[in-house]
Design a protein around this ligand. Structure first.
Ligand code: GLN
Length: 489
């Protein structure tokens, strides 16, 4: 049961081969048996999941089901869930029970999906390894001594470990694509504004975007169908109509032009990973795509620009966590100043504090022009590079990461090394583009990803290319054997 895709489960439920209650129980059993090792969930709400499954079964029986009715889904613990703790991976929100659902959560509930629980993540989505989580790191199911990536590491580990058929994630600079690559699953970061940010705890508001994480492109399309669309309550939500993203995925790739930026195949890329990515591109070529050399001349500037803009926005967003309104409050403050400073000193972890300091500095009166304004100008150039490439090609492709998953502890004490993890993903967020990572093969037994970047609102093309690749390959079907416990079958 646990090895079935969302599409297979959806069909089986509608044909009455099994009930949502059975499906939900089997995943809850796997979580109970295996998550002690993976630590991919922060909260699991068994009672609510089983009740939602019963509701879904009634809906299925009444013939009023959507593609996701009765399908278990796990949500990154950054999406507010009414009545269920939403920690954002932080001590600051360890006791926070939201009074409302994020729009994304609301849409999944409305579709009849079953929420299994909330997944582990880097604190406030700041990190690339899940190690900044207050709840300890999630582990990579392919090798539990290695990181699953971050910040949506819990979602990626849970999907790869078959603890849930699908999950949500968020991507500010790579947090859907990088963990998807390192865990051997498919993850899509939609165009900025495609998915509502209402109730998605803000890290860097001009970059944050929620998206689906699942084993295949088809499953991601089914999830995106539920997630995408205008939200009048989010002023940055796009009014461009959403599509049926599962439509037309089988058509041939003939005529597709794929751009390969020289900057994405540079010395920083692990050789074996580069070979896997090139082999994947050859497969797309054999299906009728043309490969074209392109250039993104300003891409080396994406790390410095991002690490000014993201911390700047984070420093203002996180000012709301002050011990007064919600979340953690320090013991016995002597005065207001003491309340603020001890609450924040005790409630935030090291990486979050580093970002607040950097961001506050970059925005301060004397430095604003030199740092923040300059970074915004560079952002514009980075976006223009992509626009120029899309004159000549339909999709841009390259590796998602510089190599496969690294060992737990290997980079956590070296922020610069950790920041370099996102060298191929950050520019996409700065430009607001959609991008997808899909499994492209293995290096030393560990999965690596192929990244596809599209024009604004061209999610359906990315899903189409990925789906065609997955029709011809089985990388996305491989399961890690470290987690295949017979007991939980
Ligand atoms: N790793 C990047 C960071 O720490 C991106 C995180 C994200 O996309 N949420 O900022």
């Amino acid at each position: 049961m646990y090895d079935k895709s969302v599409a297979e489960l959806s069909q089986g439920l509608r044909e009455g081969q099994f009930s949502s209650l059975e499906v939900t129980r089997s995943f809850l059993d796997r979580i109970a048996a295996l998550d002690g090792n993976l630590n991919s969930f922060i909260s699991v709400d068994e009672g609510a999941a089983l009740r939602a499954a019963e509701d879904a079964d009634r809906r299925l029986a009444a013939g009023d089901a959507t593609a996701l009715t009765g399908i278990p889904v796990a949500h990154k613990d950054i999406f507010c869930t009414e009545g269920l703790r939403t920690s954002c991976g932080s001590r600051m929100l360890d006791n926070f029970i939201p009074p409302y659902d994020a729009t994304v959560i609301h849409r999944f509930k409305r579709a009849g999906a079953v929420m299994l629980g909330k997944t582990n993540m880097d604190e406030f989505a700041m990190g690339s390894s899940n190690e900044t989580s207050y709840y300890g790191p999630a582990r990579n199911p392919w090798d539990t001594q290695r990181v699953p990536g971050g910040s949506s590491g819990g979602s990626a580990a849970a999907v790869a470990g078959r603890l849930t058929p699908a999950a949500t994630g968020t991507d500010t600079g790579g947090s859907i694509r990088q963990p998807a690559a390192l865990c051997g699953i498919t993850g899509l970061k939609p165009t900025y504004g495609r998915v509502s940010r209402l109730g998605m705890i803000a890290f860097a508001s001009s970059l944050d975007q929620g998206g689906p994480m699942a084993r295949s492109a088809l499953d991601c399309a089914l999830l995106l169908n539920t997630m995408a669309g205008h939200d009048p309550q989010d002023s940055t939500s796009s009014t461009v109509p959403a599509e049926d993203y599962s439509e037309g995925l089988d058509r041939p790739l003939d005529g597709l032009r794929i751009g390969l930026p020289s900057q994405y195949f540079n010395e920083g890329l692990d050789t074996a990973t580069g070979e896997r990515v090139r082999a994947a591109l050859t497969e797309l070529q054999s299906q009728g795509a043309t490969l074209v050399e392109v250039s993104l001349p300003n891409s080396a500037l994406s790390i410095p620009a991002y690490y000014i803009i993201a911390p700047a926005e984070a420093s203002t967003n996180l000012s709301r966590f002050d011990g007064v309104r919600y979340g953690y409050r320090c013991q016995d403050p002597v005065d207001l100043q003491d309340l603020y400073s001890r609450t924040r000193a005790e409630g935030f972890g090291e990486e979050v504090k580093r970002r607040i300091l950097v961001g506050t500095y970059a925005l301060s009166a004397g430095y604003y022009d030199a740092y923040y304004k300059k970074a915004q100008q560079v952002r514009r150039l980075i976006k223009q590079d992509f626009m120029d490439c899309f004159e000549a090609v339909d999709v841009i492709a390259g590796p998602t990461t510089i190599g496969p998953a690294f060992a737990l502890g290997a980079k956590i004490d070296n922020p610069i090394a950790m920041y370099l993890e996102d060298v191929y993903t950050l520019a996409v967020n700065l430009a607001g583009l959609p991008a997808l990572s899909l499994p492209a093969g293995f290096v030393g037994g560990l999965p690596v990803g192929l990244q596809l970047i599209g024009r604004h609102f061209d999610e359906s093309r990315l899903l189409h290319v990925a789906h065609r690749f997955q029709q011809a390959t089985d990388w996305h079907l491989r399961a890690p054997d470290t987690i295949g416990s017979e007991a939980a079958r």
